[in-house]
Write a protein that binds this ligand. Structure first.
Ligand SMILES: Nc1nc2c(c(=O)[nH]1)N(C=O)[C@@H](CNc1ccc(C(=O)N[C@@H](CCC(=O)O)C(=O)O)cc1)CN2
Ligand SMILES: Nc1nc2c(ncn2[C@@H]2O[C@H](COP(=O)(O)OP(=O)(O)OP(=O)(O)O)[C@@H](O)[C@H]2O)c(=O)[nH]1
Ligand SMILES: [Mg+2]
Length: 480
């Protein structure tokens, strides 16, 4: 017998003045304790009915008029009896109501995430959906909201289940053959291909962690390039405000500036950086060092070049960023006639034969032209002008395509680092199982499949430790 769980209480709304503030109780004493504060409510209230009630202090003095809601176990968010007092949103009033519930020895304050943890422990939601609750609360872009909402309705849970069930069936088959070799004969025959298929599915799911991170945290995109190329002007144009200082003096931007924008629902943190050049002044050099650190950390670097920059210069600037992907654009395109400035904006472009030896105005044609065989041409460089706004929408689209590829950000499965780690261990165990199916015994094969199942259970929550749950729910807020 497990002891009856404590009844927990917390404010379900932010501790700030607002139209409505909610005090939520969950556990066996919820109804009794809730009714002590709202004595007008019937002894056996109709579940899910909103009662207009008077909330009172211990002496019967009126504290507020509000709504009383009762959810009868197990038909509640937590699976336990739940009572909500929906009061006026006065933080002081809500503290009075909270203190009153805590006078009952059966009630204690809820830990962070404890309501959701109970929902999980009582089998109302699996672990991926519990985590989606936290993702939704933390979401700060439309894509993050939509992806978390999909997770809440079980999108990731479904994909995990589609992996976990066949894996469990395979494990059962293998154990069957091991334990009852006569009855289960042949059940292990296609174990190799079954393992391989499951492994590639685990790998596919794991590969979504990058997209999950982009949606959850937003993408980081930095503008960089030589001094005076027009980065700050373009930054201001992209952000839609005069955020960065602009001046004809090269070396104007010293500290990196950042601004948060939302493009097609995806959160993007945009950085303007100090222009790079040889022999800068002392303070400027500090700015340049920061630019380099930042460039190594972002998801995409947009290299803004002056119209006269050559292919060689572009290539050398591209080497500045290490492994970060680079999108190259030609800035200040309004200052150069389009015919001269190449094909990027749909212009005609110049013959490529001369392009590699002399400055390239904008781009070289991607196809055709008299370039020698085997000389790969760089793709056309999009042309933009921060001053006039020309090419800026197209740049936004290119940035999103480079970050995202196809598909919609809101449809992504929010695979977290934690999920990816468990999926990696799943795939590794399956890799060893595949090997074992060829060269080893059935015991070893089945053992590895069992390990894969266990690692996967950390995602769905079918095999999790208390310690893991502690870490997971700590990131929730109190009252969630
Ligand atoms: N006032 C209020 N609003 C809220 C919550 C809450 O607890 N209180 N929620 C809390 O986070 C979310 C709603 N989540 C909920 C999820 C399940 C159930 C529930 O009663 N489930 C039952 C019955 C299902 C049904 O009738 O279809 C169940 O699962 O058995 C209630 C709220 C968001 N809005
Ligand atoms: N014609 C034209 N001039 C521009 C454009 N963008 C910037 N400029 C001018 O070029 C000069 C430098 O612009 P900034 O935006 O400060 O350039 P930056 O790359 O941020 O320069 P640093 O911060 O010094 O590296 C200013 O005089 C701008 O007015 C553009 O699109 N077209
Ligand atoms: Mg600048």
């Amino acid at each position: 017998m497990t002891p009856p769980s404590a009844t927990i209480v917390a404010l379900a709304t932010a501790p700030a003045a607002g139209a409505v503030g909610i005090l939520r109780l969950s556990g066996p004493a919820a109804l009794e304790v809730g009714r002590a504060l709202a004595p007008g409510v019937p002894q056996v209230p109709t579940p899910r009915h909103a009662y207009l009630a008077t909330f009172v202090d211990a002496a019967g003095g009126v504290l507020d008029e509000g709504l009383f809601l009762y959810f009868r176990a197990p038909q509640s968010f937590t699976g336990e009896d739940v009572v909500e007092l929906q009061a006026h949103g006065s933080p002081r009033l809500l503290r009075l109501l909270l203190a009153r519930t805590l006078e009952d020895a059966r009630v204690r304050p809820a830990l962070p995430g404890e309501f959701t943890r109970r929902a999980f422990l009582n089998g109302r939601i699996d672990l991926t959906r519990a985590e989606a609750v936290a993702d939704l609360v933390a979401a700060d872009s439309e894509a993050a909201v939509r992806a978390a909402a999909a997770g809440l309705s079980g999108a990731l849970a479904e994909r995990i289940r589609a992996l976990e069930e066949p894996l469990r069936a395979l494990h059962a088959d293998l154990e069957g053959v091991l334990n009852f070799p006569d009855e289960a004969e042949g059940a292990d025959e296609d174990a190799g291909p079954r393992v391989a298929a499951l492994r590639s599915e685990a790998d596919a799911l794991r590969a979504e962690v990058g997209r999950g991170r982009l949606v959850r945290q937003g993408a980081r995109v930095a503008l960089y390039g030589p001094v005076n190329a027009g980065k700050s002007t373009l930054f201001n144009r992209l952000v839609g405000e005069e955020r960065a200082l602009v001046d004809a003096e090269p070396g104007t931007t010293r500290d990196a500036l950042e601004a948060r924008v939302e493009w097609d629902g995806l959160g993007v943190t945009l950085y303007d950086t100090a222009g790079l050049r040889e022999a800068p002044g002392r303070v400027e050099a500090l700015g340049i060092a920061r630019t380099r650190d930042l460039l190594a950390a972002v998801d995409l670097a947009v290299l803004v070049l002056p119209p006269e920059a050559s292919v060689e210069e572009a290539a050398s600037w591209m080497r500045e960023v290490g492994a970060t992907p680079v999108l190259v654009v030609t800035g200040k395109c309004d200052a150069v006639p389009a015919t001269l400035a190449g094909a990027g904006g749909g212009g005609t472009g110049r013959a490529a034969a001369t392009a590699s030896a002399s400055p390239v105005f904008g781009t070289v044609p991607a196809t055709g032209g008299p370039a020698g065989p085997g000389a790969p041409l760089p793709p056309p460089r999009p042309r933009v002008s921060g001053l006039t706004g020309e090419g800026v929408d197209a740049l936004r689209t290119s940035v999103l395509t480079r970050l995202w590829g196809g598909g919609t950000p809101s449809a992504v499965a929010l695979v977290s680092e934690r999920h990816a780690d468990a999926l990696r261990r799943t795939a590794e165990a399956l890799g060893r199982a595949e090997e074992a199916s060829r060269v080893s015994t059935l015991e070893v094969l089945s053992g590895e499949v069992g390990l894969a199942l266990e690692a996967l259970g950390e995602v769905s929550g079918t095999s999790v430790s208390e310690a893991l749950l502690d870490t997971l729910f700590q990131r929730f807020c109190i009252g969630k």
